[in-house]
Design a protein around this ligand. Structure first.
Ligand code: ADP
Ligand code: MG
Length: 545
């Protein structure tokens, strides 16, 4: 038997592992299962290039729990390790960066350590002892057992092992006994391993018999090895996307649209994003997108990686190129991450434009649900505004939809003011402003409906973007400023009569507000509301802001 000492600075590493990774103890299972997956895929690759000539056979990863002994075993039939490889990959490599590691994480305890850094040694966060029993796939390899109890000493000895591959055996310590339960392992596998590319088996499938849950003979496979986002879009139907969505968000309504991302240059990124249907248009929940790295779950906190407005979307992003073992503040300034972010923005806009062009009716039908995302995007991302202005829709009070260009065309002859500006009339409350809408329509004007959550900001934004245009709420001072249509109803009151009425009505307005109110007749003559006192448009918007 060989005994050894794990590197020079390692006295310090175990307490650090326990302390700094405290909140994230549970990732140990992800680390070990993904190592087992890696080892299996390596062997498959070797087989495909002819370097491994044996039988691949079934090679799932198995997670085995012994509740009495409080052990968890992660077992694979992958490449395995020789004693030299253990020395190299476990004893040395894992600690070669120990000095650096200590320096770095003493300073920044919030850093994301993970896959991605500590790997195998995260097992010591929950274990008093860890054993590796492994046999390389190479012909005539000798199986070995490595054992370490969390002190910087380990032992390495030759053992018998029938099959190639690796068993990692964790002896769960007293403080972490909750991990040695079926329910907890189920939960962790579901969270971290759900889409790993190699079958992961934990226990047996169960079925209900006579009101009791009983184990069957069938292995319980916990993951989907070819999740939707890894498949070719042309092979997938809407129903496949919807089904995948239901699996991810069982409580949600059917999504409005999906966007399949597939990028291989200048970085790798795949994924599927969904525009969710928001319940009552109010429950905007952020951070529902899950981030994966080669099908290994990393986080569902994607802020800083995707553009702010897309944090409202649902779905999955998978990229090996997002640097995960660094802190969030670093992430946000990382050039690669910025590129990823702007690329996703572009993709989303392109896809929406494509849907709009292909099926305008369908797009219009979903517009009311979709518009909050688009408006939010346009308000917060200049680049998105530039792309989205081609397909963003404006709806009028007759329920008709127009693009920006189309609408400008509709109103250009009839809705201008004396400065030749286009006047966009809009209602914020179709019922409450009914009589104003009617009056405007009688004059031949068109009225938009802008009654959404973001619309008061959106109106301001559009006004700053549209040239020679202004937005006027339908119950504002329209009559004064609009050039009446030639065939609009003739004015029935004389100028003197109007002046008298204005004096009377104005006297009812409190003194302080006087300057901000105006009295209108024209627009309303054909309706049941012949005279009206209204607040000036700019005052109204001041209040809404
Ligand atoms: P990483 O996975 O990022 O390389 P780890 O600490 O998780 O870092 O693993 C270190 C190394 O140990 C791996 O690169 C691999 O060579 C070896 N290893 C770990 N687990 C296994 C396993 N189940 N089978 C074969 N080799 C393994
Ligand atoms: Mg690893």
């Amino acid at each position: 038997m060989q005994k050894g000492h794990i590197g020079v600075t390692t006295e310090n590493i175990f307490p650090i592992i326990k302390k700094y990774l405290y909140s994230d103890h549970e990732i140990f299972l992800r680390e070990l299962v993904s190592n087992a997956v890696d080892a299996t895929q390596k062997l498959k690759t070797l087989a495909s290039v002819g370097e491994f000539k044996g039988e691949m056979g079934e090679a799932p990863v198995r997670v085995i729990l012994d509740e009495e002994k409080k052990t968890i075993t992660i077992s694979d039939r992958g490449v395995g390790m020789t004693s030299e490889e253990i020395d190299k990959y476990i004893n040395q490599v894992a600690f070669s960066g120990a000095n650096e590691f200590l320096e770095k994480y003493k300073k920044d305890a919030n850093a994301i350590i993970g896959h991605f850094g500590l790997g195998f040694y995260s097992s010591f966060m929950v274990s008093e002892k860890v054993e590796i029993i492994t046999k390389s796939f190479r012909d005539g390899a000798q199986a070995v057992k490595w054992s370490c109890d969390g002190s910087p000493e380990y032992t390495l000895e030759e053992v018998e092992k029938a099959d190639r591959g690796t068993d990692i055996i964790l002896y769960i310590d007293k403080d972490n006994e909750q991990y040695a339960t079926k329910a907890e392992i189920d939960k962790l596998l579901k969270k971290y391993c759900r889409f790993l590319p190699v079958e992961v088996i934990f226990g047996k499938e169960t079925e209900w018999k006579d009101g009791k849950e009983e184990e069957t003979e069938k292995d319980n496979v916990v993951n989907e090895t070819k999740p939707l986002w890894t498949r070719t879009p042309s092979e997938l139907k809407d129903e496949d996307y919807n089904q995948f969505y239901r699996g991810l968000y069982p409580m949600a309504d059917e999504p409005l649209f999906n966007i399949h991302l597939n990028v291989d240059y200048p970085f790798n990124l795949t994924g599927v994003l969904y525009f969710p249907k928001l319940k009552n248009n109010v429950e905007v929940q952020k951070n529902k997108i899950q981030l994966y790295c080669n099908q290994v779950y990393v986080t569902d906190s994607v802020e800083g990686i995707v553009p702010e407005f897309l944090t409202l979307l649902h779905g999955v992003i998978d990229s090996p190129d997002i640097p995960l073992n660094v802190s969030r503040s670093y992430l946000q300034s990382d050039g690669n991450v910025k590129k990823i972010s702007s690329h996703i923005t572009k993709k989303v806009a392109d896809r929406l434009e494509e849907i709009f062009k292909k099926d305008r009716d369908g797009f219009e039908a979903k517009w009311d649900d979709l518009k909050i995302f688009i408006e939010y995007g346009m308000l917060t991302e200049e680049k998105f505004y530039d792309r989205a202005k081609k397909f963003t829709l404006l709806k009028n009070t007759d329920g008709k939809f127009f693009t920006f260009d189309e609408y400008a065309n509709i109103i250009k002859d009839n809705q201008t003011d004396k400065d030749d500006q286009l006047v966009y009339l809009y209602a914020t409350d179709v019922e409450g402003q009914f009589s104003f809408i009617e009056a405007a329509k009688n004059k031949g004007y068109d009225v938009l409906v802008l009654d959404g959550q973001l619309d008061s900001h959106f109106v301001n934004h559009l006004e700053s973007k549209f040239e020679k245009s202004r937005f006027v709420r339908v119950d504002s001072d329209i009559a004064e400023k609009l050039i009446p249509k030639a065939d609009a109803a003739e004015l029935k009151l004389s100028a003197a009569q109007k002046q008298d009425l204005t004096t009377i009505f104005s006297s009812q307005v409190p003194n302080v507000d006087k300057a901000n109110f105006i009295v209108t007749f024209e627009a309303l003559e054909e309706t049941d509301t012949p005279v009206m006192i209204t607040q000036q448009e700019f005052m109204r918007r001041m209040k809404e802001m």
